[in-house]
Design a protein around this ligand. Structure first.
Ligand code: 13P
Length: 391
């Protein structure tokens, strides 16, 4: 039961005074190293995939590997879209297997940020997926020198945060209190009083972006004030790059695999160091106990088509595969035809939902209603439908 409900995971961290690491992955080496680090520490972990990194890898292929890694894990795992830009990004991420999504509209004015975040939250919640919003602006770029991207930090206002959370109903809030993304010179100055005021105003798990470059004391101070998720990438990227540089210097003529030797260990060591510091180590049993498992659903339909409609079966199915796959919370749509000539039902739909909540939202979605009313129900009176919660 390694994939768990991310709200339950972060609520546990919030109530028990520790933070879960949300480590951005950009390759299989990162994925394996992050998982190995979490397993070695027996800690909950968030596998994070940032939309800003999608130019470096194929998100769909990476998600297939990420979901496989989460399923075979023995520690609690959530899979999160980091810095999603739009409703479409969130729908796509949920389709591919994310169990949490961030919508980052933090560069927009308050009312626009609020509107987009609320749209994403409404959609994701209808699929049972929790949402992280961001208010205020954390400058910098992950993996790069912070001073090369000096955009002005906009601090989160506690009053706006209260209104933002109330109106959007986000489950977690990313705040700006002085951290920046990327490599820094010296420690940043954190506005801890502001963080305390935000915590009191919203009382939901808070998220810190730009974890790289903070001191141990700063991490402890953040966690003591409601931070339950820490986003961390640049230090992992630097540890990997240092190892590759070292390999390049010491192994002349090394090829690709020799250049990458030891990279996973370097990333894993940094992951373990952070998990231990943030208080997540040795919590697997209590977190699994506190978290609902993440349960997908197979919407199973077998049916016969009446008279004339039988000759349009392939056409109707192709239209359905296209329309139904777009409904939020649908992970895949498969149609089929019975192999045996004398089967009780000639046709089937197998539609995989992200979770139990999607059963209701899918039935009510206009695309599903339109398809069912036009192409399915009038012709498929003889049918059987069951929603199976998958073990
Ligand atoms: P760093 O790259 O500074 O660790 O920040 C990571 C981050 O915030 C990803 O969202």
């Amino acid at each position: 039961m390694p994939l768990v409900n991310m709200s339950d995971m972060l609520d546990h961290a919030y109530r028990h005074g520790y933070a879960v690491g949300a480590f951005d992955l950009v390759s299989l080496d990162f994925l394996e190293a992050i998982m190995a680090g979490a397993e070695a520490c027996q800690a909950p972990v968030i596998l994070s995939l940032a939309e800003s990194h999608f130019e470096y890898y194929d998100f769909e292929l990476a998600m297939a590997a990420t979901v496989a890694a989460a399923r075979r894990a023995r520690v609690p795992v959530a899979i999160h879209l980091d810095h999603g830009a739009s409703v479409d990004s969130a729908v796509n991420a949920i389709r591919l297997g994310c169990t949490g999504v961030m919508v980052d509209a933090s560069t927009l004015p308050f009312t626009k940020n609020l509107r987009i975040t609320r749209q994403v939250a409404d959609m994701a919640h209808s699929c049972g997926v929790p949402v992280e919003g961001e208010l205020g602006y954390v400058a910098g770029v992950e993996g790069e020198d912070a001073q090369k991207h000096p955009g002005a930090v906009v601090y989160t206002s506690p009053q706006e945060a209260r209104e933002f959370v109330r109106q959007t109903k986000v489950d977690f809030l990313a705040v700006s209190i002085g951290t920046v993304h990327g490599r820094m010179q010296g420690e940043p100055k954190l506005d801890l009083e502001r963080l305390e005021a935000i915590r009191q105003a919203v009382d939901i798990p808070l998220v810190i972006h730009g974890g790289t470059g903070l001191s141990d004391e700063q991490f402890h101070a953040l966690i003591a004030r409601g931070v339950a998720k820490i986003n961390y990438y640049t230090a992992l990227s630097d540890a990997a790059a240092a190892r590759i540089g070292e390999n390049f210097r010491t192994a002349s003529g090394a090829g690709y695999t020799r250049l990458l030797a030891g990279v996973r260990t370097a990333i894993q060591d940094e992951v373990k160091r952070r998990i231990r510091l943030w208080g997540g180590a040795d919590r697997t049993a209590e977190v699994l106990e506190a978290c609902r498992p993440w349960q997908e659903v197979e919407h199973f339909i077998v049916y016969n088509l009446s008279g004339e409609a039988e000759s349009h079966a392939d056409e109707f199915k192709a239209i359905g595969r296209d329309m139904l796959a777009r409904v939020p919370g649908v992970r895949r749509v498969v149609s089929g035809r019975a192999w045996q000539e004398d089967a009780r039902y000639r046709h089937c739909w197998l539609i995989r939902f992200a979770g139990i909540d999607t059963i209701t939202s899918y039935m009510a979605h206009p695309d599903h209603v339109a398809y069912a009313d036009q192409y399915f129900r009038p012709h498929a009176g003889d049918r059987l439908k069951i929603d199976y919660v998958l073990d």
